[in-house]
Write a protein that binds this ligand. Structure first.
Ligand SMILES: Nc1nc2c(ncn2[C@@H]2O[C@H](COP(=O)(O)OP(=O)(O)OP(=O)(O)O)[C@@H](O)[C@H]2O)c(=O)[nH]1
Ligand SMILES: [Mg+2]
Length: 308
């Protein structure tokens, strides 16, 4: 008789990646998934929506582990406008509904915004792993110890793990620590599913990433991307998208001299979308002015910023 082997029990759970803007949360998720799923940039507040990244390891006949990571917008204190409130809501709705929290901070760069995130975690019953990121930037690794000591005294972290999300240092140790905290449960997602988001959503995000990266500080924070048409053909996927901004001046910046900027953004986005879906893409990008969208709840919902 074949006894059920205890190794065949699967583990599955949710892990939220939280922290202030720009500490490397999305970069960490992408490294774990070995895929550019969540957009990243040097500019704070790049991530606007919650996005799930699912990683399944092990084989059906043995112990399978499915870790459902939730990348969140950076928690920040400038929460005046409707979009800022939406982003904080998307980040904090996760805090009590998950099995593990990864609190990401930047090595040697503790700020008031980190302190504010820490305050929100004080009463949580969910285990919190403190992830000290960007250790590749340190001149002298010895500087890390006093920094870690200081943070360890602030809260009872389940573990403190220094990593480099860009280079991958210690990321597999982090994944192993997370796996130990997941409950026994059947897999929630099919093993080949990587995200809960549609290609339509991911295409809009890729375009927004190119906007942020091409325009940097020039970019009006208040721009967003809406996919008007997404048609998969046998040879070509046709995508029509509109970039919404809040003024004519912003529109001119994005279009650039003789349309050069917009062309560059479209080309870069097309290349990334093609590699993501493994098919040829025709991408048509428009820029339109829609005044006050970022502070208008109704306009926000129509542009995809509804409660996730
Ligand atoms: N040197 C170094 N840079 C990193 C590392 N991780 C992330 N970065 C950089 O930090 C910047 C911010 O990274 P993101 O992953 O977009 O940060 P985030 O926390 O998701 O930011 P928001 O979505 O705005 O909250 C990018 O320029 C990354 O390349 C790291 O381990 N080392
Ligand atoms: Mg992010």
């Amino acid at each position: 008789m074949i006894c059920p082997n205890e190794n065949s029990v699967s583990h599955c759970g949710y892990v939220a990646i939280i922290g202030r803007p720009n500490v490397g949360k999305s970069t960490l998720l992408n490294h774990i998934l070995d895929l550019k799923l969540s957009i990243t940039s040097r500019k704070p507040q790049t991530t606007r929506h919650q996005i799930l990244g699912v990683k399944t390891s092990g084989h059906k006949d043995s112990a399978q582990v499915q870790t459902i990571y939730v990348d969140t917008p950076g928690l920040h204190q400038r929460s005046g406008s409707a979009i800022n409130k939406y982003m904080n809501r998307a980040a904090s709705s996760m805090l009590s509904d998950v099995d593990v929290l990864l609190f990401v901070v930047q090595a040697l760069a503790w700020t008031d915004e980190d302190e504010a995130v820490l305050q929100r975690l004080q009463n949580t019953v969910v285990p919190v792993i403190l992830v000290v990121n960007k250790i590749d930037q340190l001149g002298d690794k010895q500087d890390l110890l006093p920094f870690i000591d200081k943070l360890a005294s602030k809260m009872n972290f389940h573990e403190i793990i220094p990593v480099s999300a860009v280079k991958g240092n210690n990321v597999s140790q982090l994944e192993a620590s997370v796996a130990k905290l997941l409950p026994e449960a059947p897999l929630f997602f099919p093993e080949d599913q990587i995200t809960d988001r549609s290609m339509r959503f991911l295409a809009a995000e890729i375009i927004r990433e190119k906007l942020v990266r091409e325009l940097g500080q020039e970019l009006p924070y208040t721009s967003t991307v809406d996919i008007d048409k997404y048609e998969e053909g046998p040879k070509l996927t046709r995508i029509h998208a509109t970039i919404y901004v809040e003024s004519k001046g912003q529109k001119a910046i994005i279009i650039g001299a003789k349309g050069g900027k917009l062309k560059e953004i479209a080309t870069r986005a097309r290349i990334d979308i093609e590699s993501m879906i493994n098919a040829k893409v025709y991408l048509n990008l428009w820029v339109k002015v829609r005044e006050g969208w970022s502070n208008d709840e109704k306009a926000l919902r129509s542009l995809g910023y509804g409660d996730d």
